[in-house]
Ligand binder design. Structure first.
Ligand code: HEM
Length: 457
């Protein structure tokens, strides 16, 4: 037990959860080497040590929490008890002052302005574009063809992201917009790896040059599409029209710069996360023929070969369970943090200001207390008529609380529609080998995902 990270004896009553000391620390570096070597394994080991573990990341005083009620406190306390972490200059360069990069009153205003564009009623209007893009891909696939699953899924979710954001008439420019967004996103990820992490932002590197060029392309493309839409005055069923129609409490619209920042935020927030989820879906289905057969039966019975529509979603519970179980085993966002403000508490115990409280979807989602046989892919565990449900915040791929993912509904609708469209026509057969998860900005496959397509019968 340690008093340093909990303020025990300094502020507040010494009640609440006991705090376990983390693995042995090095002077200055603390647990940085163990964390850097294999963060996923490190977080699992912290969870196995105790529910609340004190550790150090260099000079940073940190707590790691694994119990759902503490994870819930962290997530619901962001913006009140805990500060949202600063994301760094590269995020800000790409996302500007969008909802993800803002805090406090500015964040509240932006969240209220963006929310209507992604509310369930609105997502219904994007469903046809999602399904049409998936059907378009299915039409190009052939039995016997070899594919790179990750590349196919990212190209598909890129098309869906550009078309649902800027409208189907951007089809001619979608490769340009999508490619620039992807370069920017990759470059942000590179800022968090290796020596680049320690270089001040003004040091030029080839990656940073690519990043700045990509941002110029994004600004030009988004500016052009927004300008055209404003001039035409057209109201379309896409996110851009919703952002242009949004009004704040004073009845004021978003400026062009604000529209740009939110549009890029929605793209970056939604594209790779959903594309990677779908990549892992195919991997898990290929390794679990029983689940694949059950999925095939549901799709055949409900759809009988036609492309799904929004109203079919409620008839496809198993398809949704496959996606939820994939998000459990391979959560694209694999860690969340909050910085304790003055007077912060956790489980009734004071947490000193500045302590960073960490939680990890990867580690929590594999906790055998809430998910029996945690490493087994079993979509049935999400059947509400079946096993007892895991507690709230045991599964949190979309975060939670005030800053929960704005696109959760969008992502689920997209993933289920894409899966239903493609899986009723094709089996995607990957090799039998295990693909490790690689914790980058999002959780990526750590090896190529080559596969052969087979006609689904
Ligand atoms: C499987 C797909 C997705 C996953 C796993 C995911 C996960 C998350 C998580 C964990 C957060 C909270 C991050 C934090 O507070 O630090 C978040 C926030 C956010 N997500 Fe998603 N997301 C997904 C898809 C999407 C999509 C499709 C969109 C847009 C259409 C989107 C837009 C956003 C936005 C705007 C925020 C910021 C909310 C705020 O700060 O108030 N996400 N997402």
């Amino acid at each position: 037990m340690t008093a340093e990270a909990t303020g025990r004896g300094t502020a507040g009553a010494p009640s609440g959860p006991s705090v376990v000391t983390g693995p042995r620390r090095l002077p200055w570096l603390g647990n940085l080497p163990q964390f850097a070597r294999d963060p996923l394994d490190f977080f699992v080991r912290l969870r196995e040590r105790g529910d609340v573990v004190a550790w150090r990341l260099g000079p940073q005083r940190a707590l790691f929490v694994s119990r759902p009620e503490h994870i819930g406190e962290l997530l619901t306390g962001i913006e009140t008890v805990f500060r949202h972490p600063e994301l760094g200059w590269a995020f800000t360069l790409v996302l500007g002052d969008g909802v993800v990069t803002s805090e406090g009153a500015a964040w509240r205003r932006k969240r209220a302005l963006v929310q209507p564009a992604v509310r369930p009623r609105q997502v219904r209007t994007y469903a046809a574009t999602m399904a049409a893009c998936a059907a378009g891909l299915a039409a190009t696939w052939q039995a016997g063809q070899r594919i790179d699953v990750r590349r196919e899924m990212l190209a598909l979710t890129q098309r869906i992201a550009v078309r649902t954001l800027f409208g189907v008439d951007t089809a001619g420019r979608e490769e340009v917009i999508g490619a620039a967004m992807d370069v920017a996103q990759r470059a942000i990820g590179d800022e968090f790896r290796g020596v680049t992490l320690f270089l001040p932002p003004w040091v030029p590197t080839p990656g940073r040059r690519r990043l700045r060029h990509a941002v110029r392309v994004i600004d030009a493309e988004v500016g052009r599409v927004t300008g055209e839409r404003r001039r035409s005055g057209a109201d379309r069923d896409d996110l851009l029209s919703r952002l242009l129609a949004a009004r704040d409490e004073q009845g004021l619209p978003l400026s062009d710069k604000e529209v740009r920042d939110e549009a890029v935020t929605l793209y970056i927030g939604g594209h790779e996360t959903t594309g990677t989820t779908l990549t892992w879906v195919w991997y898990l289905l290929s390794h679990n023929p029983g689940a694949r057969a059950r999925l095939g039966e549901e799709l055949k019975r409900v759809l009988g070969g036609r492309t799904p529509e929004f109203d079919d979603l409620r008839l496809l519970p198993y398809t949704e369970q496959v996606v939820k179980e994939t998000l459990r085993l391979y959560p694209p966002v694999w860690l969340m943090t909050g910085v304790a403000k003055e007077g912060s508490t956790l489980g009734g115990r004071a947490v000193p200001e500045g302590t960073v409280v960490w939680s990890s979807q990867w580690s929590a989602h594999r906790d055998p207390r809430w998910f029996p046989e945690p490493d087994t892919f079993r979509p049935e565990r999400w059947d509400p008529r079946g096993e007892p449900a895991a507690p709230d915040h045991a599964w949190f791929p979309f975060g939670g609380g005030a800053r929960a993912c704005l696109g959760a509904r969008f992502a689920m609708v997209e993933a289920v529609l894409v899966l239903a469209t493609l899986a009723q026509r094709f089996h995607v057969d990957l090799g039998p080998g295990e693909v490790p998860a690689e914790p980058r900005l999002t959780l990526q496959p750590g090896a190529p995902m080559g596969a052969v397509l087979r006609a689904a019968t």
